[in-house]
Design a protein. Structure first.
Length: 739
């Protein structure tokens, strides 16, 4: 073949190679291949995408379009609207992701009315008398996540092609099992649908379809990027690798493996359609799991390192600094910053307490750049329970930009049944159990009246009913609360605290009717003033026959105050609690004797990392000594002079001081609970029959070592207690309020 022919073939091949998109090192954006970025799902592992984007910016690699699934849709969707990588990194690292997914606010901020025994009940069932029993479609409602995404996407256009970088989110139609590509509409809702893990998050309805996590059907949607017109695809796979046989040692491990198999198979199918000019990045995330939200900073670094390792190949798509800057300026010119919020309004201003709500939101809107603050405060209002739904968006009136709070007021009475269980034992003779049930009807009128009923069945029994009627619609509210209570419970009397066997056992039966006028101080606590009228009977069950039965009438005024900012009523690590109760009983009020009593309790934890020191003090006294069992006070049990039996010592005056140390030794799966703790206590206290007998010389010293588990079925304590006099007891309890 003539030399000229070979020369022509060589030159033609060279030209093809030069103009091929895969090897183009173009300096002008207009002649550059269109690069599609595909970001897969993987929970907390998705933070690696931020690191990849960081390196792509450093290399001046332009992005024509982005496709994201699940957490990849969150990162990709926010970046495509113009949010900077610095802000994305701060969102990833500083967001309370566990709180975001828990759909809860800290206990300190829970309305006090819903706080006292929270979460003493194991399960809660909502009943609609028209629709029947209502069960959640997911473990997590996702409202807090919805509001967070809303705050981050306030400026997003309805057409995702109008973003600075065109974007698509991938979800799954739970009815048909088909993937759904979201290209327009509400971006916050689309991102939420793309990461709605089946069974964990409630599905999201969009355009008549019920959508869940896109990872179920297409976790790395390379095909979608190519359909958008991408010439070259950079795909980032952060999916979870399959577990080994040794790791498949539990039910959760097997279920997780099945999910990973399904996800990995659809990822493998997408990898097969990658062309020779495309790039696949697979960050080796190691111990960063889908739930390792505390390691998102580490995931970002791993993603960046992976992209840098591939920088030689990625450099094929680099633009010059000037060309890249020009392109980014052109893209970001399409972004519409939120800007200044000049007013806030509600679409239903007739909602009770709307003026107070507007005051809170307006205060938050001044810090709208702190988008998580805005979303969090609106979520707090939602958790008050006044609204069936709440949302917000931007509006413009008279040339000014404002925030419109969209609420759907609760108009139907809510009926809730809660069930619980308490078990306690000293492994010797004190063993008790109790079934708990509570029925509550809420929103009985526009001011939020409630009717609460509680039943306890076991060795001790209780029936309690209260009608709670607020007198104003504000968070700090006056209220009236008539109530009735019936109780019967056993009381063991011991001659000395060192005795093994009780001298006698009584059964105490009490009934009380109360009318209270009170002030609820938002999430901080409440104060009540009321009149109490009732009876008490103490019947001897076993013991010396000469011991008397007792019948008492009760008529008294009472003042009760409780301040509660503890983060947990069972294993508190933050906050404080103070309660005080004063009773003024007089014969002319219906009492069989004149008496006065005071009860106080203080709890204050101090935490340093995983370590907590808790101080607790208790003082109770009858100013006029009484022989009535129903008016006396008891001590004994774990943390209440450990080593003694439950309520082993009795008197008209009780004093107790505790120093309790515990450390978090194990973080638990959210399906099991929160954490496991180990600790020890030192206690001193006693009970005296007469106030004149009170002396520090009579204090009984005790202590314990224990393990505590903050579980989803209630707190679990296992401990060994020892008191002076060589008294030792083992303890076990489930669901009991010990601190």
């Amino acid at each position: 073949m003539p030399r000229t022919v070979w020369r022509s073939i060589f030159l033609a091949a060279l030209m093809v190679t030069i103009i091929s998109p895969a090897f183009l090192h173009a300096q002008e954006a207009g002649t550059h291949p269109r690069i599609g970025l595909v970001l897969s799902g993987g929970g907390a592992r998705g933070a690696a995408h931020i690191g990849v984007l960081r390196v792509l910016e450093e290399l001046h690699v332009p992005i024509y379009c982005i496709v994201g699934t699940s957490m990849g849709s969150i990162v990709g969707g926010l970046y495509s609207t113009g949010i900077s990588l610095d802000e994305l990194e701060q969102i990833a690292i500083k967001t309370d992701w566990e709180g975001l997914f828990a759909d809860k606010i800290p206990r300190q901020e829970v309305n006090f009315r819903n706080k006292p025994d929270w979460p003493n009940y194991i399960t809660s069932i909502d009943i609609d008398f028209q629709k029947g029993i209502s069960l959640p479609k997911g473990l997590i409602e996702g409202k807090r996540l919805d509001l967070m995404l809303r705050s981050l996407t306030l400026n997003a256009p309805k057409d995702f092609n109008d973003f600075p970088i065109p974007f698509r989110a991938v979800a799954t139609d739970i009815e048909t099992g088909n993937p759904v590509v979201l290209s327009h509409g509400d971006l916050a809702k689309s991102l939420r649908a793309s990461m709605a893990i089946p069974g964990a998050f409630a599905p999201v309805e969009i355009d008549g379809k019920l959508l869940v996590d896109g990872g179920v059907t297409n976790n790395m949607a390379v095909d979608v990027a190519k359909e958008m017109g991408a010439d070259v695809v950079i795909a980032v796979n952060i999916g979870t690798p399959l577990n080994t046989r040794e790791q498949l040692d539990s039910f959760l491990g097997v279920v997780g493996q099945i999910t990973n198999i399904l996800t990995n198979r659809n990822v493998e199918a997408q990898i097969r359609i990658l062309g020779p000019n495309d790039t696949l990045l697979t960050p080796e995330l190691g111990t960063v799991t889908t739930a390792s939200f505390e390691k998102m900073g580490e995931a970002i670094e791993i993603g960046a390192r992976t992209a840098r390792d591939a920088s030689v190949g990625l450099s094929r798509y680099t633009l010059s600094e000037d060309a890249y800057r020009s392109l980014r300026e052109q893209q970001l010119g399409k972004a519409t910053p939120v800007g200044q919020i000049e007013f806030v309004k509600m679409d239903q201003e007739s909602v009770p307490g709307s003026g107070f709500i507007m005051k809170l939101i307006t205060k938050s809107a001044r810090n709208v750049t702190k988008k998580d603050v805005l979303a969090y405060n609106i979520f707090e209002l939602y958790k008050r329970g006044d609204f069936e739904d709440i949302d917000f968006g931007l509006i413009e009136e008279n040339g000014k930009q404002g925030l419109l709070i969209k609420v759907k007021e609760q108009t139907v009475t809510a009926h809730t049944i809660e069930l619980g269980l308490e078990l306690a034992s000293t492994f010797q003779r004190d063993n008790s159990w109790r079934l708990l049930a509570r029925y509550q009807a809420s929103r009985l009128n526009r001011l939020g009246a409630q009717w609460r009923n509680e039943i306890w069945l076991g060795q001790s029994n209780r029936f309690y009913t209260e009608f709670y009627q607020p007198l104003n619609p504000y968070i700090w509210r006056l209220f009236i609360a008539p109530s009735f209570e019936y109780q019967n419970y056993p009381v063991d009397l011991y001659l000395k605290h060192t005795d093994t066997n009780a001298l006698a056992q009584y059964k105490v039966t009490r009934t009380n009717a109360v009318m209270d006028l009170g002030l609820q101080m938002g999430e901080y606590g409440e104060t009540r003033f009321g009149y109490v009228r009732g009876t008490a009977k103490s019947d001897l069950q076993t013991g010396i026959p000469q011991l008397p039965n007792q019948d008492n009438d009760n008529g008294a005024y009472r003042i009760a105050m409780r301040f509660d900012q503890l983060d947990s009523p069972f294993i508190p690590r933050q906050g404080s609690m103070l309660s005080a109760n004063y009773v003024y009983g007089r014969e002319h009020l219906g009492s069989d004797e004149n008496y006065e009593s005071v009860q106080t309790l203080m709890v204050k934890p101090f935490s340093y990392g995983d370590h907590t020191i808790l101080l607790r003090g208790r003082w109770e006294t009858n100013f006029d000594s009484t022989r009535s069992l129903s008016r006396g006070f008891f001590l004994g049990g774990l943390f209440n002079l450990s080593g003694l039996n439950q309520n082993q010592i009795f008197g008209n005056t009780v004093a107790l001081g505790d120093v309790i140390y515990f450390a978090r030794v194990l973080k638990l799966s959210k399906l099991v609970g929160s954490a496991m703790y180990a600790g020890a206590s030192f206690e001193a206290g006693n009970a005296w029959r007469k106030r004149s007998d009170v002396s520090s010389q009579d204090l009984i010293y005790a202590g314990s070592i224990f393990v505590a588990i903050d579980s989803n079925i209630g707190p679990i304590y296992i401990g060994l207690g020892h008191a002076e006099g060589n008294i030792t007891a083992f303890y076990f309890s489930l669901g009991s309020r010990t601190f």
